[in-house]
Ligand binder design. Structure first.
Ligand SMILES: [Zn+2]
Ligand SMILES: [Zn+2]
Length: 644
């Protein structure tokens, strides 16, 4: 007899080789309904690092299980999605009998399967495959696991060179296969109990993918899909996808004429007039907040000697991501980070304890090499402006300084329209420098700063940098996606490496602590996040063009120009559209450019010396006095109001 314990459910003594499901029925029959898979936590009293198994896994040892239900967790979702990829493969085989399957994993929010077939596969085939999948789901075939030898597996998949390659890479003598209906696949598992548990799925797209991602290999067909436990969840997700497609910042960047990318410099954005204006608006606000917090602003060279990067450790740890140049006969690197430059500035003066903390900020242009395959609009680029700062302070000051940075980050996120964010604390990694005492202290400082503000955070054990723990801020956008932006890092190592000092009250030299921090992370990437968050409909204070004046016909150009000049003089970002086009066409174009405020000038407006305002959101304002509207709009801009 063995003992099985189910977390939160209870335990039972049962015969060896009983399945998890049978044991669960014994302990708590009600708990069976909806169960997806089991997570094995302990075996014979020893911790197993979370191994997922099928519900009909035969238990051989004393075990502790956690039953996974459809609770929105990634574990449940992955198993469902991967199982749906098997169902899709079974359907594809019915339609394309000569198919050879490669791999079909679960991915974030979905799954795909790569395969080879002699037929052309296009998006038009997807409904057909979905129909076939529905039949398989209706049959409610069990997912059955079988273990066979590698030799048997090679025989079973002899016509499929992809599976053979995979089998040859498996080190165990025994491999597992899964059957649902008459479809057999090489698979580690686990799976949902039966195909009937697939309730809400959708095939999304067809793409090409090289076997193993290597362009020297054969191009396979890849079909993407997604699967949920409920129809409502699927519907919500598809709506989000639709919005995400419309709010892709690369499309918005083109529509609003903000930036572009060119073959002459892959991965390096070109900012057009409006895009640069927008960045300047972000930076003006950034500078305003940093001035209040008594930061100095500096700028340091983009190209710095290799020797410096050897001292900083970047040469050893970060070289693959750096670009290098030769000047005269000497070797230089293009900076991937601003820290060493800021340290040189700190060190170029003597500092007394009275001056600390010294807060040095730099909007530094850094270059980091990224593979061409991962470049993605403004989200993944090869050069970007980091809103960096380094704070040099005493150990006693560190907690307060970190607290101030936290307040600054939260305040700035709210102004940009991100009311929701998630915070993570990454603690000491296995490979690290410094004593445990130092790490205890550093982690404690970060925790205290957050706790005293009632900030909720999760802890990522072992995810800190080798020289210190850090706090990461992830903003949550309107589509519920999170983006890592700000970070605060406590560093005891660099001050040591660069021999940084200050004069103490005792007239002796002391080592300061260094805090690395960014609020927005990369300005370019943050701009991309903002554009997607607002679907390009930026609030007036951020909009690169706030107002466009639209005369109905040529007759009104004179009065329209008067209105335009009024706004221009008052420092509004205003444009005028004097083209000989219909008003409806001009309005449509202004809508594509997502200009928050259109001012329409016609007969009536000219006669009454008023304007008519067409707002992006809310009702039009008819025939309002120019001065009155300008005053009201100015307030909205000055208060950085989000909704207009
Ligand atoms: Zn599988
Ligand atoms: Zn730094």
């Amino acid at each position: 007899m063995i003992e099985i314990y189910f977390v939160n459910k209870g335990k039972t003594k049962i015969e060896e080789n009983t399945t998890v499901l049978e044991a669960l029925v014994r302990v708590n029959g009600n708990a069976v309904a909806g169960a997806v898979v089991a997570e094995l936590i302990k075996e014979n009293g020893v911790d197993v690092k979370s191994k997922l198994v099928d519900l009909d896994y035969k238990v051989k040892k004393d075990s502790v299980f956690n039953i996974i239900y459809p609770d929105g967790s990634e574990k449940a979702s992955n198993v469902l999605n991967h199982s749906t990829s098997h169902v899709m493969a079974a359907a594809i085989r019915k339609i394309f009998p000569d198919v050879k399957f490669a791999i079909g994993p679960a991915i974030k929010n979905g799954f795909y399967y790569d395969f080879e077939t002699s037929k052309d596969v296009s998006a038009e085939d997807l409904p057909l495959i979905e129909e076939e999948m529905k039949k398989i789901i209706k049959e409610d075939f069990k997912f059955e696991r079988k273990e066979i030898t590698r030799e048997e597996a090679r025989k079973l998949f002899r016509d499929n060179e992809y599976k053979i390659e995979l089998i040859n890479e498996i080190e165990d003598e025994v491999v597992s296969i899964y059957t649902c209906g008459d479809f057999v696949d090489l698979c580690r598992g686990p799976h949902i109990p039966s195909t009937g548990r697939v309730r809400a799925f959708k095939l999304l797209s067809v793409a090409g993918a090289y076997w193993r991602g290597d362009e020297k290999n054969r191009m396979l067909v890849r079909i993407y899909g997604t699967s949920f436990f409920s129809k409502e969840d699927l519907k919500k997700y598809l709506q989000k996808l639709e919005i995400a497609k419309r709010s892709d910042h690369r499309k918005i960047g083109r529509d609003l004429d903000l930036f572009s990318f060119h073959d002459e410099a892959p991965g390096f954005p070109f900012f057009h007039d409006r895009g640069r204006k927008l960045i300047n608006i972000i930076l003006d606000y950034w500078k305003e907040e940093h001035l209040k917090e008594n930061y100095m602003e500096v700028s340091t060279p983009i190209i710095l000697s290799n020797q410096l990067w050897k001292t900083s450790g970047h040469w050893d740890n970060y070289r693959e991501n750096m670009y290098f140049v030769k000047i005269d006969e000497d070797d230089y690197a293009i900076k991937p980070m601003n820290c060493p430059g800021n340290i040189i500035i700190y060190k170029s003066n003597q500092h007394s304890y009275r001056e600390l903390p010294v807060r040095i900020a730099e909007l530094g242009l850094v270059h980091r090499h990224e593979k061409s395959g991962v470049l993605h609009g403004l989200f993944r680029v090869r050069s970007f402006t980091q809103d960096d700062a380094h704070i040099f302070c005493t150990e006693e000051q560190a907690e307060e300084e970190i607290g101030r940075v936290i307040d600054l980050v939260c305040r700035m996120y709210r102004v940009f329209g991100f009311d929701r964010y998630k915070v993570e604390l990454s603690t000491r990694p296995e490979k690290r420098i410094g004593t445990d005492e130092m790490w205890d202290k550093a982690e404690d400082i970060l925790k205290k700063a957050m706790d005293s503000r009632g900030l909720e955070y999760i802890i990522n054990e072992g995810e800190g940098a080798f020289y210190g723990p850090k706090i990461d801020f992830h903003v949550r956008d309107c589509l519920d996606r999170t983006w890592q932006c700000g970070t605060i890092q406590l560093d005891f190592a660099m001050p040591e490496k660069f021999d940084i000092e200050y004069m103490g009250e005792d007239n002796k030299r002391h080592r300061p602590v260094m805090i690395h921090r960014t609020v927005l992370g990369s300005i370019e990437r943050f701009l991309g996040i903002l554009l997607e968050h607002y679907s390009g409909n930026l609030p007036p204070w951020l909009a690169p063009v706030q107002i466009i004046v639209l005369p109905i016909s040529e007759k009104h150009h004179l009065y329209a120009e008067k209105v335009y000049n009024y706004f221009k003089k008052d420092n509004f970002r205003v444009e005028i559209d004097k083209r000989v086009e219909s008003l409806s066409k001009k309005i449509k174009q202004a809508e594509i450019k997502k200009i928050p405020c259109m001012i329409i000038i016609g007969e009536k407006e000219e006669k009454t010396e008023t304007i008519t305002v067409r707002k992006k959101i809310g009702d039009d304002i008819k025939e309002i006095k120019l001065e009155k509207f300008a005053g009201e709009f100015k307030d909205i801009i000055d208060n950085k109001e989000k909704n207009y």
